[in-house]
Design a protein around this ligand. Structure first.
Ligand code: F6R
Length: 609
C-alpha cells in the first residue's frame, strides 16, 4: 500500500503541492518518498529513503521547477526501502517517469524480456518494468501518444496497479491507470489532481472523480478523459462533491482507523495472494528440512501462529510448536540448536520479545525465518528468509487487517509445504487454492451483511462484566483473538480457551445471562461443539454463535448468531470467522464510550521486554 499523487497547476510550482499531498498520504507508507516534475522539456527528480520530513530536511522536496509533476510515498513490497528503489522510476532515455501503487505479479518475466531488448534496470522493484514497458511500446510504435502507449503497456500487466506517468515528450499531461489499487481525480478551476485517495487533495478541492478498475485517465489543464483499457472506449463521469471534514477525510469517512482497517481486509487479503512465490518456496524448504519448528510471536501474531500450527499439521503433517515469544528463551533457550527452525511472526518486525527469541535462536545456530509487514525492519535483517505480508500500515493499535493477512500467508506456506511433502493431492491443492482466492470476497460479504447485526449484539451486551470465547481445533485460535480484541479495546475482562476445557474448571464462572461466544465452523469439531454449547446453556449462559450460513442446529441453541458464508475449508476458517469478532470488539468499545484506536496503556509497536 503506497500513496501516489500528481498535479497540473495553472500557476505556480507543483513540487510544494505534491509535498503537502504526500504528507496527507503518508499513512499509506513511509519507507521512501519521491517527486518528479517537468519544466522546459526537462525531467527533474528528487527521491530518497526515509520519512517525508527527514527527506525534505536533506533534499528540500519543494525545490523542483515546473507546474506539473507526480509524487510517491512508499510501503516497500518488492525491493528494500532504499533510495534506488524509491519512486518515481524512469525509463532508459530519462524522458518518462512513473509512480505506482500495487504489485505487478509477472514482473520477473517482463523484466527478462525487456532486458533482452536492451533495457537497463536500476532498481529491484516490480514497478520499474512498467516504465520500461511503456518506453518499449513507444519504440515499437513511434506514432503512438503517451496515453495509448500506457494503455497498451497496462494490457501486459498481471497484478494490481494505480499508476501516474509523465513524459517530456508530452509535458502538459499526466496519464493514470488503475486495476485493483485505488485512484481518484480532483478538479477545480486552477488545477487538476490525481491521487490514491481523496484526502490527498481535499484541502485543494472537494470535487472528485472516482476512477474504476480497468480505466485509464488523461489529465490536462483542459480537464480529464477516461477510457476503458480493454477497448479504449470513452467513459463519461461527472465529479462528485465530497463533504468530509478534514478529520473524516484522513479516515476516509470512517469514524475510526480500526473500522477502516477492518473494512480494508478484502483488499489486504487480495494483496497476500500476490506474494513472491520464490520466497515462500524457500521457506517451505527450510521448514521441510528442520528437525523441529517453533512458531514464535506475541499477542495477535501469536494467535496467527497458533492457527498456523493446525494448518501445518493438517495439511503438511508437520508438528510445529507455537510459542509466546516472551517465554521462548526460558522454555526452549537451552535446547534450540542448529537443527531447529524458528518462524518468527511480527507485524512490526520490531517487537522486543520476538527479537529476543530470534537472537537466542540465532546464537545457537538455528535457522530464522520471518513473516512481517515491515520490509527493512529488524526481523527482515536477521532472518535467513523473510516474507512481507503486504498489508500496508496499520494505524489502529489493535491488529485487525494484519492478522487476517498473516493467516493467509501462513496458509499458503502450509500448502506449499504440503505439496513438497506430497501430503495433499493436486485436487485438494486446487480446491484450497481456489477457496483462498475467494476469501477476499467472502470477507467482503461478511462485512456487508453482518455488520449491522454485530452492532445490535454489541448494544445488547454492552454492560456485560465478563465474556467467554470458545472454539475447538483451529477455532481455538480464533476464539483467543476475539477475546484479545474485546479486552484490549473495550476493556471487558474475557477468557478464552478450547471449548473442551470448560468442564475442567472455567464453567464454574457461568451463571444466568453470562455471555459465551462460540466460534462454530462446520468442521469435524461441530458435533462435539454443540455438546459444549448445551453445557453452557444448561447453566444459563447467553450464547452468541458465529456460524456458517444455514446452520439450523446451532441457530436453535443460540441467543444471537452471526453468519459467515458456507463451504469454507477448516484450515482457512479463522480468516472469515474472526471478522465478526473484530467488529464485535469495535462496537463494544464504541458502545462503552472508548476510543478503539487508542486503547489505554498500549502501543502499536512494543519495543521493550
Ligand atoms: C493486539 C496487538 C498486539 C500485537 C503484538 C505483536 O491487537 O496488536 O498483541 O499483535 O504486540 O506485535 P507484532 O506483530 O508487531 O510483533
Amino acid at each position: 500500500m503506497c500513496g501516489i499523487f500528481g498535479c497540473i497547476l495553472k500557476n505556480g510550482n507543483a513540487a510544494p503541492v505534491i509535498h503537502e499531498a504526500l504528507k496527507r498520504l503518508e499513512y499509506r507508507g513511509y519507507d521512501s518518498v519521491g517527486e518528479a516534475t517537468i519544466h522546459n522539456g526537462k525531467l527533474y527528480i528528487k527521491k530518497d529513503q526515509g520519512k517525508i520530513d527527514e527527506v525534505h530536511k536533506t533534499r528540500n522536496l519543494d525545490d523542483l521547477p515546473g507546474s506539473l509533476g507526480i509524487g510517491h510515498t512508499r510501503w516497500a513490497t518488492h525491493g528494500a526501502p532504499l533510495e534506488v528503489n524509491a519512486h518515481p522510476h524512469v525509463d532508459c532515455s530519462g524522458q518518462i517517469a512513473l509512480v505506482h501503487n500495487g504489485i505487478i505479479e509477472n514482473f520477473s518475466e517482463l523484466k527478462l524480456e525487456l532486458e533482452g531488448l536492451g533495457h537497463v534496470f536500476k532498481s529491484r522493484t516490480d514497478t520499474e518494468v512498467i516504465v520500461h514497458l511503456i518506453e518499449q511500446v513507444l519504440k515499437n510504435n513511434p506514432s503512438l501518444g503517451l496515453a495509448d502507449a500506457v494503455l497498451e503497456a497496462t494490457k501486459r500487466l498481471d497484478g494490481s496497479y494505480a499508476i501516474a506517468v509523465i513524459s517530456t515528450k508530452e509535458p502538459n499531461k499526466i496519464i493514470c491507470a488503475r486495476h485493483e489499487s485505488p485512484l481518484v481525480v480532483g478538479v477545480n478551476e486552477n488545477a487538476i489532481y490525481c491521487a490514491s485517495d481523496i484526502p490527498a487533495f481535499l484541502p485543494l478541492t472537494n470535487k472528485a472523480v472516482i476512477i474504476n478498475d480497468g480505466e485509464l485517465v488523461t489529465l490536462s489543464l483542459e480537464g480529464y478523459e477516461i477510457k476503458k483499457i480493454t477497448d479504449a472506449s470513452l467513459v463519461l463521469r461527472e465529479p462528485k462533491i465530497i463533504d468530509w471534514t478534514p478529520e473524516m477525510a484522513v479516515k476516509q469517512g470512517y469514524p475510526h482507523f480500526m473500522l477502516k482497517e477492518i473494512h480494508e481486509q478484502p483488499e489486504t487479503l487480495r494483496n497476500t495472494l500476490r506474494l513472491q512465490e520464490h520466497y515462500l518456496d524457500l521457506m517451505a524448504t527450510f521448514l521441510d528440512r528442520a528437525r523441529e519448528v517453533f512458531l514464535v510471536a506475541c499477542g495477535t501474531s501469536y494467535h496467527a501462529c497458533l492457527a498456523a500450527s493446525y494448518m501445518f499439521s493438517k495439511l503438511a503433517f508437520l508438528a510445529t510448536y507455537p510459542v509466546i515469544a516472551s517465554e521462548f528463551v526460558e522454555q526452549h533457550g537451552k535446547s534450540v540448536n542448529i537443527d531447529s527452525t524458528i518462524l518468527a511472526v511480527s507485524q512490526s518486525g520490531e517487537t522486543a520479545d520476538t527479537l529476543a527469541a530470534v537472537n537466542c535462536a540465532r546464537q545457537r545456530a538455528a535457522t530464522v525465518l520471518g513473516l512481517t509487514n515491515v520490509i527493512g525492519s529488524t526481523l527482515t535483517r536477521v532472518s535467513r528468509v523473510y516474507v512481507g505480508q503486504q498489508s500496508g500500515p496499520e494505524i489502529g493499535v489493535a491488529a485487525t487487517k494484519t492478522f487476517s493477512s498473516q493467516l493467509s500467508v501462513l496458509a499458503q506456506l502450509a500448502l506449499r509445504l504440503a505439496k513438497k511433502r506430497g501430503k495433499v493431492s493436486q485436487d485438494e491443492m486446487d480446491f484450497l487454492a481456489e477457496k483462498l482466492e475467494k476469501l477476499p470476497d467472502t470477507v467482503e460479504t461478511i462485512i456487508q451483511t453482518q455488520e449491522e447485526k454485530v452492532k445490535q449484539i454489541a448494544k445488547k451486551y454492552k454492560d456485560a462484566k465478563t465474556f467467554f470465547f470458545l472454539g475447538r481445533g483451529i477455532s481455538t485460535a480464533t476464539a483467543y483473538e476475539g477475546r484479545l480484541k474485546l479486552m484490549e479495546i473495550a476493556y471487558v475482562p474475557a477468557i478464552a480457551f478450547p471449548a473442551g476445557e470448560s468442564k475442567h474448571g472455567p464453567i464454574s464462572l457461568v451463571e444466568q445471562g453470562f455471555p459465551v461466544v462460540f466460534v462454530c465452523p462446520k468442521d469435524e469439531t461441530h458435533k462435539i461443539l454443540i455438546g459444549n454449547i448445551m453445557e453452557m446453556k444448561a447453566r444459563g449462559a447467553s450464547i452468541i454463535a458465529v456460524i456458517e450460513e444455514g446452520d439450523e442446529e446451532i441457530k436453535k441453541l443460540a441467543d444471537d448468531y452471526i453468519e459467515v458464508p458456507k463451504g469454507i475449508p477448516e484450515v482457512l476458517s479463522p480468516i472469515p470467522f474472526v471478522i465478526p469478532l473484530q467488529l464485535l470488539a469495535y462496537y463494544m468499545a464504541v458502545e462503552r464510550g472508548h476510543n478503539p484506536d487508542m486503547p489505554r496503556n498500549l502501543a502499536k509497536s512494543v519495543t521493550v521486554k
